[in-house]
Design a protein around this ligand. Structure first.
Ligand SMILES: Nc1ncnc2c1ncn2[C@@H]1O[C@H](COP(=O)(O)OP(=O)(O)OP(=O)(O)O)[C@@H](O)[C@H]1O
Length: 216
């Protein structure tokens, strides 16, 4: 599944962004299937805005985003729901766990959303063990530390099928060792699905062998 951007520009940021050079804003960009893409940008330059455009939950832009060769607005509601269940997964910067549900229930909601779950309950346990969060699985979302929330959000995103994984500063609350463990798991899961990812971050990093590096 290819994602193509054509002359994409956030309407509220047009004046600010048109004054600086970007590899993405107002350019032609194609994200090829299976590629590991890093998008680097300083704070406030639109990383979250871009991720929300790519996931089709924010629409205040000019230009076009084509998913599977079709602009987002031309997809029906059912098609969009299907793409989010089967083809595009996401780790939000603000994580978006349900505070009243346990960590385990937060993951389970996503895992069983599709009739044939992609990933088994044992696989979830295995991922939790690898990311050192087994001990918080029964804890409510609102009592988790941000680092724990981030790892639960990563596991939740990996528990569904996808061809693209969108990640908005996915290691911002993790220490170096836990970030390394999370990156290793994400890379493995992407490779096994022949999936790509689009990751935003503030700075350079060595977490992945990126195929493409872009400046926002
Ligand atoms: N709906 C909106 N209307 C106007 N301005 C907005 C809107 N949403 C975000 N902004 C502004 O757009 C800019 C980019 O915001 P965004 O959250 O995308 O940046 P970011 O690169 O993800 O930042 P950070 O690294 O701090 O998370 C910010 O200056 C923000 O204040």
């Amino acid at each position: 599944m290819e994602i193509q951007l054509s002359q994409l520009m956030p309407i509220p940021l047009r004046d600010k962004l048109s004054q600086r050079k970007s590899d993405i804003w107002n350019e032609e960009v194609t994200f090829r299937p299976g590629t590991f893409v890093k998008i680097k940008a300083p704070s406030g330059s639109g990383k979250t805005t871009l991720i929300h455009y790519l996931y089709n939950i924010r629409f205040d832009y000019t230009g076009q985003i084509r998913v599977d060769n079709k602009p987002w607005p031309d997809h029906s509601k059912n098609e969009i729901a299907g793409i989010r269940q089967q083809h595009i997964s996401i780790i939000f910067q603000d994580l978006r766990l349900f505070g009243q549900l346990s960590a385990s229930e937060n993951i389970e909601l996503k895992r069983v959303m599709i009739p044939q779950p992609y990933c088994s309950a044992d696989k979830v346990k295995e991922m939790a063990a690898r990311l050192n969060v087994t001990h918080v699985l029964q804890q409510s979302g609102k009592t988790l530390s941000y680092g724990e929330r981030q790892r639960i959000a990563i596991i939740r995103a990996l528990s569904q099928p996808f061809k693209w994984l969108l990640m908005d500063e996915p290691f911002s609350h993790l220490d170096a060792e836990n970030a390394r463990l999370a990156a290793e798991l994400i890379a493995e899961e992407c490779k096994s699905r022949q999936a790509g990812f689009i990751l935003t971050d503030l700075d350079d990093d060595q977490h992945f062998a990126y195929d493409v590096k872009l400046q926002l």
